[in-house]
Design a protein around this ligand. Structure first.
Ligand code: ADP
Length: 322
């Protein structure tokens, strides 16, 4: 099959660096003589034909912006079999031969279903959570880590001035990577993640008491969103240790901001790889970075891979932040 037209969309939660990926898809395809359509607001744009013709200049001046120039959405209608069929028909009406889907694993399930309806799809992992098993890094994760680190550094200034404890929630519902690396980077006394069960007395209170005995007067506890309950944790710390404690939820600031160099480069390389697969008539793949190389996997295999949390790094973090 000749690939004449491809489409690109962003779906699910936005992540800094998605624009770099869009730009790379568009420029790679155009260089290969392939027409590119930008689909707006995720799969919703495929359901209602909300597409724009992309040229070289459509993606100018976006590489340094967070968010996504194509907007993003969650589309309940698309996740039904009838919705997928409707989207596939729209692709046929618009002569779309293949679609690059930039998003998380929910979006990849959609891409798998759309491929099964005859529209070749390639997934590009864009999510700040780093919760995609098949890739070492997802687009947006590095920026979010740097943002979280900078925000906790700011909290630390005031925490230190008042001899307080800061309990900080960072994003990551099922994945503690962001919490783990932020915790290492800010020297958190304790890091709580969904992957590792914890004992409040042993892993929080006792650690704080130990560091206090050795002269520490202010504390940062980093908690992944999937563990949650930072207000309760903060109150309990204050009750049990007498150390004044404050809870902060960093929230959506972690999703925004200018992408780091790493995310711009990763988005660019992954976008290029996705467009090249479609040019070669290859779909049902997810692009990934493994050991610093851009590779791709079958979508179903990718979705079935189990994420492995870096337990060793978790223990190192606690050994050195004491
Ligand atoms: P993410 O891609 O970031 O994981 P979501 O899980 O919200 O975000 O998924 C984004 C969109 O992908 C959903 O709104 C829906 O349209 C589509 N989607 C999610 N899960 C499925 C599924 N099991 N089958 C088909 N489409 C899905």
């Amino acid at each position: 099959m000749n690939t004449n037209t491809i489409a690109v969309l962003t779906s699910g939660g936005d992540a800094p660096g998605m624009n770099a990926a869009i730009r790379a898809v568009v420029r790679t395809a155009l260089a290969d003589g392939i027409r590119v359509l930008g689909v707006r607001r995720g799969y919703n744009g495929l359901l209602n034909g909300d597409v724009i013709d992309m040229n070289l200049r459509s993606v100018s001046d976006i590489i340094h912006h967070g968010g996504t120039m194509l907007y993003t959405a969650r589309s309940p209608e698309f996740s039904t079999p009838a919705g997928v069929k409707k989207a596939a028909n729209m692709c046929r009406n618009l002569n779309i031969d293949g679609v690059v889907v930039i998003g998380g694993d929910g979006s990849f399930r959609g891409a798998r279903d759309l491929t099964a309806e005859g529209i070749l799809c390639v997934g590009v992992p864009g999510t700040i959570d780093n919760d995609i098993a098949c890739t070492d890094y997802t687009i947006g994760y590095d920026t979010a880590m740097n943002t979280a680190m900078e925000m906790v550094d700011r909290l630390r200034d005031t925490t230190e001035s008042h001899d307080r404890c800061s309990v900080v929630e960072v994003m990551g519902r099922r994945c503690g990577d962001l919490a783990l690396n932020t915790g290492i980077a800010v020297g958190a006394t304790s890091i709580l993640v969904p992957e590792i069960p914890f004992d409040f007395e042993r892993d929080v209170v006792e650690r704080m008491r130990f560091t206090q005995r050795t002269g520490k007067k202010h504390f940062v506890i980093v908690v992944a969103e999937g563990v949650g309950g930072v207000s309760e944790i903060s109150e309990k710390i204050q009750q049990e240790t007498g150390i004044e404690s404050r809870a902060t939820i960093l929230g959506h600031v972690q999703r925004g901001g200018s992408p780091t160099m790493r995310d711009r480069v990763l988005g660019s390389l992954m976008g290029n790889h996705a467009a090249t697969l479609l040019k070669n008539g290859i779909g049902n793949r997810v692009v990934a970075m493994k050991q610093n190389k851009i590779v791709d996997f079958d979508i179903t295999d990718a979705l079935n891979q189990k994420r492995v949390f870096d337990v060793e790094r978790y223990h190192i973090a606690h050994k050195i932040s004491i």
